[in-house]
Write a protein that binds this ligand. Sequence first.
Ligand SMILES: NC(=O)c1ccc[n+]([C@@H]2O[C@H](COP(=O)([O-])OP(=O)(O)OC[C@H]3O[C@@H](n4cnc5c(N)ncnc54)[C@H](OP(=O)(O)O)[C@@H]3O)[C@@H](O)[C@H]2O)c1
Length: 194
Amino acid sequence: MSRLLNCIVAVCPDMGIGNNGNLPWHPKRLSDEMKYFQKMTMTPTVEGIKNRMQNVVIMGRKTWFSIPAQNRPLKDRINIVLSRQMKEPPAGAHYLASDLRSALSLLDNAEIAARADQVWVIGGSSVYKEVMESPSRQRLFVTRILQQFDCDTFLPRISPEKFRLLSEFPDVPKAMQEEDGIQYKYEVYESVEI
Ligand SMILES: NC(=O)c1ccc[n+]([C@@H]2O[C@H](COP(=O)([O-])OP(=O)(O)OC[C@H]3O[C@@H](n4cnc5c(N)ncnc54)[C@H](OP(=O)(O)O)[C@@H]3O)[C@@H](O)[C@H]2O)c1
């Protein structure tokens, strides 16, 4: 796991990230927060007309199916779904991997390596946990939702020994955000080894 792994997550005060297969604040929608997710995960580090690089999104099976069918696969990104049970990628997904290491190994395959840029881990709970506990270099893009909703799925604790909160990061707004009466703010953490 030598690549920098980016995790992106929106989290309630109790570290809840999901409820009943959906986001905790469902049916409310945080449209700008979704646009932020889209921009961060979709924008490659290298730009240019001839550039065919795309970012990679890695997600667990339940997170894949939590995305509305019309939005799958996440466009302009290489979508990798993790499942120990499935034998072939769910319809629309680009790749299936039976564990995180295999997902990352896929990116060493010459055909994919030539077009894969940043790696974004987009959930759920056990996938974040595995990455956050791994020795890989990481950034965590955390949206702190300042209102509590019922949650049944959680992000592990962000260990202050392992991650430091950055005071700023390019393209990440610093100001408090508010949509549909819900306040939230963006944070970026970096693993201390970086
Ligand atoms: N707030 C946020 O930012 C955010 C982000 C993502 C998801 N969510 C929410 O979180 C919930 C879904 O997350 P979840 O934690 O319940 O499920 P999940 O991690 O998305 O999916 C779990 C499934 O993924 C597969 N899987 C997970 N880790 C694996 C690994 N290391 N290797 C192989 N397969 C692996 C397994 O599939 P098989 O059973 O097929 O083997 C497992 O049952 C939904 O409510 C969603 O809305 C929220």
